[in-house]
Design a protein around this ligand. Structure first.
Ligand code: MF3
Ligand code: CO
Length: 248
């Protein structure tokens, strides 16, 4: 069931979304060579708690951390780890969520430190651009399929590929609500968006082929060909005039 949020519910969602944005900004600023992904996860946990919120991912279906941190060929759902070190030139995709006022905010960014290969930098940039292309001209009445169409078009025009196995989603009182928001598809298809819908739009874009493999830890998703992947996500409110990005 797709939920349309009331004005009061939208107001309630602003705070967890702002905390999610702030924790990503903090993690981006905190990134240093040699630190572990587990250290980053602790920074996120403490910040979210200090905001009077709860980490949305911690204990979700048994997930053991507050963030997902996915390096290089990891697409999503990398579990932070004491042995995993941040190195210059790596793509560091961080996905995080916060719960407050009974609502969830969900967002992700791909970061890097130091010198990065130009093609990896381009992958990060194009993945972020895919998100902004997707919401360009989006508003009440737009077909849901336009989101995936635009993401796929921009990714493929740049020689990259779109992950199909994981998709964006409605977000609200629960992290995963209807509808599914694929990053591929046909223009003009799917349900019509309504003002008050809140969607997590999250392109996951690969440098090589689109295929992924699922890791033995039960969570991690990596590219099959071992080439890099990037992720960019925001919680987006559909309005009568357009969209409002709640996690930016
Ligand atoms: N943010 C992810 C998503 O968009 C969810 C992470 S899965 C978790 O679907 F289990 F780690 F929470
Ligand atoms: Co999400």
């Amino acid at each position: 069931m797709i939920t349309v949020k009331t004005a009061a519910e939208i107001e309630a969602m602003r705070e967890p979304c702002a905390i999610t944005r702030d924790v990503l900004d903090l993690l981006g600023r905190s990134l240093r060579e040699g630190m572990t992904t587990a250290e980053l996860d602790r920074i996120a946990f403490e910040f979210i708690k200090d905001c009077g919120a709860e980490p949305a991912f911690l204990s979700y279906c048994g997930y053991p951390a507050s963030t997902c941190i996915s390096l290089d060929d990891m697409v999503v759902h990398g579990i932070p780890n004491e042995k995993q070190i941040i190195r210059p030139g790596a793509i560091v995709s961080i996905d995080v969520g916060a719960v407050k006022n009974g609502f969830v905010g969900d967002a992700a960014r791909s970061f890097y430190i130091g010198e990065i290969a130009p093609e990896k930098k381009k992958l990060i940039d194009v993945t972020r651009e895919c998100f902004f292309k997707a919401i360009e001209d989006l508003s009440e009445g737009s077909p849901l399929g336009d989101i995936g169409y635009r993401v796929q078009k921009h990714a493929e025009e740049n020689g990259f590929s779109v992950v199909r196995e994981m998709v964006g989603h409605g977000v609200g009182r629960k992290m995963h609500e209807d509808p599914s928001v694929p990053n591929y598809g046909k223009r003009g298809t799917g349900i019509r968006l309504k003002a008050g819908m809140t969607l997590a739009i999250e392109p996951m874009i690969n440098m090589g082929e689109r295929y992924v493999k699922f890791l033995a830890d039960g969570w991690g998703v990596a590219t099959k060909d071992g080439k890099p992947s990037a992720h960019y996500e925001n919680t987006v409110l559909i309005t009568g005039e357009g969209t409002e990005i709640l996690t930016l």
